[in-house]
Write a protein that binds this ligand. Structure first.
Ligand SMILES: [Zn+2]
Length: 269
């Protein structure tokens, strides 16, 4: 939809990069205009009225003016800053990753209210939930589904047979393969029954419902490996923040190894 010369919108900041001496180049996601890029002039000056309202993942109310190449932020008021999330390194790392996924999976000006709502729900979860839980795979599977890349997990992608036992996952095929068809897929990786069932559940459930599901750590790791490979395949290059999260985990082995084995609720699997 064409934008008037000045327009008001709510937005979540996906990315804020320094531009020149004191400006900020913002990539934002809006409920009805999709992804918008804009310049916040002087936002890095301490006395700027914009300072503090345009940090990454802040939800803000904005007044924007159309510029020749980029729109310009004329006014900004933070609506939600998610302070608890920001106080925690793991949650902040995850929020950067989720914002980067939204950035990578959407095109500028391509409206998607469901993706906006998903990101807002996930940031609220990271800010409020006692445990991060399965926030990462829940978000990944939802953003894949909403952008038309959801992996097929219930039937073999080659012979269409229903998958019941252990199977394989092939990024190039777009999901699950039965034990017979996987022989012809060089990129196929093992897909356990538990990981497949958890992924089917996460794909078919609202984000917050999926994020609170409990699975053994091994299943979480398996899903993470498969989804990382699949997302990298879909985006044709790995997502930089995922590497940061990996490094963070290696530095915090004790938290990653915490026992976590209550079964997840029965889903549509
Ligand atoms: Zn098959």
């Amino acid at each position: 939809m064409p934008r008037p010369r000045t327009y008001k919108t709510e937005a979540i900041v996906l990315k804020a990069a320094r531009l020149g001496e004191a400006d900020r180049l913002l990539t934002m996601f809006t409920p009805s205009l999709g992804k918008v890029r804009a310049v916040a002039r002087g936002a890095l000056r301490p006395k700027s009225k914009l300072a503090g309202h345009l940090e990454p993942f802040t939800r803000a109310s904005l007044m924007l003016a159309q510029g020749r190449t980029l729109d310009v932020v004329a006014g900004a008021q933070a609506l939600e800053a998610f302070p608890t999330l920001r106080a925690d390194l793991e949650r902040t790392g995850l929020a950067f990753y989720l914002a980067e996924l939204v950035d990578r999976f959407t095109a500028e000006g391509q409206e998607s209210y469901p993706i906006y709502a998903l990101l807002l729900e996930a940031l609220g979860w990271l800010d409020k939930a006692q445990k991060v839980g399965l926030a990462r795979p829940a978000f990944e599977l939802q953003v894949l589904r909403l952008s038309g890349h959801g992996p097929q997990l219930s039937h073999c992608l080659k012979c269409r047979a229903e998958i019941k036992g252990a199977a394989a996952f092939s990024s190039a095929s777009g999901g699950a393969l039965c034990p017979i068809c996987e022989r012809d897929a060089p990129d196929a990786r093992p897909l356990s029954i538990a990981a497949r069932r958890a992924m089917v559940y996460l794909q078919g459930s609202a984000f917050s419902r999926g994020a609170r599901v409990k699975v053994p750590t091994a299943v979480e790791r398996e899903m993470e490996g498969l989804l990382q490979g699949y997302i990298a395949y879909v985006l044709e290059q790995s997502v930089k923040s995922a590497i940061f999260l990996e490094r963070l985990r290696r530095e915090d082995v004790s938290a990653a190894a915490a026992p976590n084995s209550r079964p997840y609720p029965e889903g549509p699997a």
